[in-house]
Write a protein that binds this ligand. Structure first.
Ligand SMILES: Cc1cc2nc3c(=O)[nH]c(=O)nc-3n(C[C@H](O)[C@H](O)[C@H](O)COP(=O)(O)OP(=O)(O)OC[C@H]3O[C@@H](n4cnc5c(N)ncnc54)[C@H](O)[C@@H]3O)c2cc1C
Length: 474
């Protein structure tokens, strides 16, 4: 450690109002410290110029994620772990989720915040390209009140921002209008975790009638600030994806970026990789479109089936016969979006007893067969159980790797849940570790009966959406 703690002063006023008042009294004197994952690196290296630090860590006003009909508003003090675990962010803003997963290691993700990543203003920061393609806005706060500005343009040059010395970033707002886009993110570095990017990309794309209807591409580590490739986007828009377009895209990318040589890589390498990443994005967009045409085939077949066969085929996605009947009655459904919307509406209109039937079609967390399966069931029901068992095994993939002590704790908590609520515990296990599920189960054991029923129903709704997407690919 090259710094002496006695040279520094740190205060933690504990409220946003008190903090912005302090910043206003002596603009530029107090350095906000959130998770400290950048500030403490400077401190340890003896390079922290600021001597007065004000803690903004874990302030409730900066730690909320609010989902409104139009946008998701993320408090600047949210950590990468908060972002990784948030369902709406994972579903609608997967580029930001991926960046959160790739930033540092777990300890870093538990402390590092999105606000810190923005203000630290590294051209290599992993979350920033995604903010560019999602058209994020920033909300800044000071004693003068709040001001909202587009994130694009916030970084004016290397390590320079539009933030005044008495301001804080309060929130990052993402408009909810990118569902249906293909997302593509890659970090090229020595490895994903614990390595700064040599180049990183976040891109969104949409094809219509065989041509690119929209492309939104941003890169990190190829200029003094993260950049949106507007000229490349313009060059590919309205065109079919083929080898000529890859060449054109690579040429336009090379003209748009200003990579440098540094300890991590060379300008030449970065230029070539940037072009290749954009070409790979176009490839994925083309492949996803072909796959979507395949999905349309599955749906077209299902739309044409006799009603009993259609019910049988879709039943394992949810487990409730009333839901399956409701879905079959809504045919024909045009595409994946219509299918998912119909599922949500049908699920919300079911009686509670029909929700229960869906809940009981699942195995307990940590087990493989549903509690209600028996050899007296009819053949179609059995085959639907087999499909459901296979999906459950995929959904619970991470549980098998858990330590014995966690598995035992899960079994105990499952038992306690069943005694308290008289049904099995329902949680969307996809992508969750056994410890995360155990934490959720223990939290939900404290719910009252009504809150818990709705939480279980929401989890089941989400499981059904995931299964419908898999079902379309079968
Ligand atoms: C081991 C390690 C690995 C890392 N790996 C990566 C990686 O893979 N990718 C990557 O992008 N980054 C990485 N980082 C960098 C770092 O974790 C991120 O930049 C992090 O998001 C910073 O957030 P923080 O809350 O820790 O910021 P702090 O260190 O607390 O603050 C950083 C700067 O932001 C300012 N600040 C913080 N919050 C606000 C706010 N709300 N309003 C105004 N100013 C604010 C502070 O004053 C300071 O200037 C790594 C860091 C470490 C130590």
């Amino acid at each position: 450690m090259r710094s002496n703690p006695l040279d520094y002063e740190m205060v933690a006023p504990g409220s946003l109002h008190a903090i912005v008042s302090l910043l206003a009294k002596d603009p530029g004197m107090w350095l906000p410290i959130a998770g400290g994952t950048d500030v403490m690196v400077q401190y340890a290296a003896g390079k922290l110029v600021a001597r007065k630090l004000v803690s903004i860590w874990n302030l409730p006003e900066l730690r909320r994620i609010e989902v409104t009909p139009d946008e998701v508003r993320i408090g600047a003090g949210c950590t990468y772990t908060d972002l990784r675990k948030h369902e709406a962010i994972g579903r609608e803003f997967p580029l930001l989720s991926s960046a959160a997963r790739w930033t540092g290691g777990i300890a870093n993700q538990n402390r590092g915040t999105i606000g810190g990543n923005i203000v630290n203003a590294s051209p290599a920061a992993d979350s920033l390209p995604s903010l560019l393609v999602y058209d994020a806005d920033l909300v800044l706060v000071s004693v003068r009140g709040e001001r909202r500005l587009p994130y694009a343009g916030f970084h004016t040059d290397y390590k320079k921002t539009l933030m005044a010395p008495d301001e804080l970033i309060q929130a990052v707002c993402l408009p909810r209008r990118f569902l249906g886009y293909l997302s593509y993110a890659r970090k090229v570095g020595a490895r994903h975790a614990q390595a700064i990017s040599k180049v990183c990309i976040a891109a969104l794309g949409r094809l219509a009638n065989g041509v690119i209807a929209d492309a939104r591409i941003a890169l990190g580590s190829v200029a003094p600030v993260p950049v949106r490739l507007t000229e490349t986007e313009q060059a590919v828009r309205g065109k079919a994806i083929d080898s000529d377009l890859w060449l054109l895209a690579k040429k336009t990318v090379a003209a748009e970026i200003r990579p440098i040589d540094d300890i991590r890589s060379t300008a030449k390498y970065r230029g070539v990789v940037a072009g290749n990443l954009v070409a790979e994005f176009l490839n994925r967009l083309s492949a996803a479109s072909a796959e979507r045409d395949g999905l349309k085939d599955t749906l077209a077949r299902w739309n044409d089936l006799p009603i009993d066969d259609a019910i049988k085929m879709i039943l394992p996605c949810c487990g409730s016969k009333a839901w399956a009947q409701g879905m079959a009655a809504r045919r024909p459904l045009a595409d994946e979006a219509a299918l998912l919307a119909a599922s949500n509406e049908t699920w919300h209109n079911l009686a509670r007893s029909e929700w229960m039937e869906a809940f009981h079609s699942h195995p307990r967390i940590g087990e493989s067969r549903p509690a209600n399966s028996s050899s007296t069931q009819s053949l179609p029901v059995l085959s639907s159980i087999d499909q459901s068992v296979e999906w459950s095994a995929q959904e619970q993939r991470n549980i098998g790797d858990a330590e014995a002590v966690v598995k035992t704790a899960l079994a105990d908590a499952n038992r306690e849940y069943e005694q308290r609520f008289n049904r099995i515990f329902i949680v969307c296990a996809t992508g969750k570790s056994a410890s995360e599920i155990l934490e959720t189960l223990r939290r939900r054991l404290k719910n009252d009966a009504e809150t818990e029923l709705h939480e279980a129903a929401e989890q089941q709704r989400h499981i059904t959406q995931i299964r419908l997407r898999k079902w379309l690919q079968e």
